[in-house]
Design a protein around this ligand. Structure first.
Ligand code: FE2
Length: 406
């Protein structure tokens, strides 16, 4: 990778600065790279927020605080004029989650939730120039679902617009450089009544690494082209066919990233297999394409996993045979923790020419077998755990079988 220090200087986002992260940390955590924004037709600085619609936002917001160590920072609801729904804004490191749930029986969120269950409706991105992005999106044929507009309150002005992506998911584009409020106009600062127990770490993860989208059979390349043509994203690693097939489950996956690699979108489609693949199961229960998993980056996956487990979070099991496998052991070589410590926690390891990564996947977060989280600790590797896909799929299929969906 070439770098030109003069015209590609990396800046921290306000969210990263607030979280006391630095550039070197981010290079390690999420594989941040330098790039020349001036040549980008659709410059994206990074993630702004991940917006969920859930069946019970009050309880989900509590869960992300009590189990995931996130902090409540802002709120909007009937008490401050938002009669349609409640909205809780939570933070951990530079990650911002927004949890929305219907209050009014007439809320459009009810229909959305009935169709899809709990899930991600908006992968919102921070951009330096909303109008430039919207003009590029229109000229490349994207659907603009919210025209660029200013929204203002006593804390300043946010410029905002939204474009459609796969399924009913959107990318809201936000320029909050002229805004100092806790989230967006209409929200008030709110602190949690939840108190962390003594000795609990300040946070369990620092940054968002990637969000995977599941799309229908035959649509993966269409969406790769969308991210290339509309949003100027570049192609990263590519996994196809046999690499990630088991007897029953198979998928195809390609990865696109924005210029500085803060935002990475692996896109999966089902591949033909003997039985229904995990992507088909997702598409059936989410009722269409949507966000499958969000990878949360940590610099201490052992501690993060220990804390999460103590808080009742459930992870996919990994067979002990995975850790005893001679081929795997020789392929991964030396990593920062003894393999026995990883085995105890069911953490997976993968290595490529750039380094290695440690990762683990949770069980589905809601009632439907749809969205889940990954915890990832990178050590040089810019991959996504290709070598673990088979081991992971076999574990997922055991779960799928137990639900009667294989
Ligand atoms: Fe992942």
């Amino acid at each position: 990778m070439t770098t030109h220090a003069t015209d590609t200087a990396l800046d921290l986002t306000p969210q990263e600065r607030e979280a006391n992260l630095d550039i070197e940390q981010l290079k390690q955590l999420v594989g941040l790279v330098e790039y020349d924004e001036s040549k980008d037709p659709f410059p994206v600085t990074g993630w702004d927020s991940i917006v969920f619609v859930v069946g019970n936002a009050s309880q989900t917001a509590h869960y992300y605080q009590s189990a995931w160590g996130m902090e409540l920072v802002a709120y909007s609801g009937p008490e401050n004029g938002q009669r349609d729904h409640k909205s809780f804004v939570l933070k951990s490191g530079s990650i911002r989650f927004v949890i929305n749930g219907a209050v009014s029986p007439d809320s459009p969120l009810i229909e959305h939730h009935a169709k899809h269950g709990d899930g991600v409706v908006d992968i919102s991105l921070e951009v330096p120039d909303v109008d430039k992005c919207v003009a590029q999106a229109k000229s490349a044929g994207a659907r603009v679902v919210r025209e660029a507009e200013d929204i203002t309150d006593e804390h300043g002005t946010v410029r905002i617009a939204s474009i459609a992506t796969y399924g009913e998911t959107v990318h809201t584009l936000v320029d909050r450089s002229g805004y100092t409020g806790p989230y967006l106009p209409g929200y008030v600062a709110r602190q949690s009544s939840w108190v962390k127990r003594d000795g609990a770490p300040k946070r369990l993860f620092q940054a968002l690494d990637h969000i995977v989208g599941n799309v229908e059979l035959g649509k993966m390349d269409e969406w790769v082209t969308f991210y290339n043509k509309v949003m100027g994203f570049v192609n990263m690693a590519e996994f196809i066919g046999d690499d990630i097939a088991t007897d029953y489950s198979a998928l195809m996956s390609k990865v696109v990233a924005n210029g500085n690699h803060r935002v990475k979108f692996p896109l999966n489609e089902p591949a033909i297999a003997k039985r229904k693949s995990q992507i088909d199961e997702y598409l059936e229960f989410y009722n269409g394409p949507g966000a499958q998993h969000l990878a949360l980056a940590t610099n201490d996956i052992l501690r993060t996993v220990d804390e999460l487990r103590a808080n009742g979070v459930e992870f996919l099991d990994t067979p002990d045979s995975y850790y005893g496998d001679e081929e795997l052991r020789s392929r991964i070589g030396e990593v920062r923790a003894p393999i026995e410590e990883l085995q105890k926690r069911k953490i997976l390891v993968d290595r490529d020419e750039d380094g290695y990564l440690l990762q683990i996947f949770t069980k589905p977060l809601g009632d439907r077998p749809t969205v889940f989280f990954e915890i990832i600790e990178r050590h040089g590797s810019l991959g996504f755990g290709k070598g673990n896909f088979k081991a992971l799929f076999e574990a997922i299929e055991r779960e799928q079988d137990a639900r009667g969906n294989l």
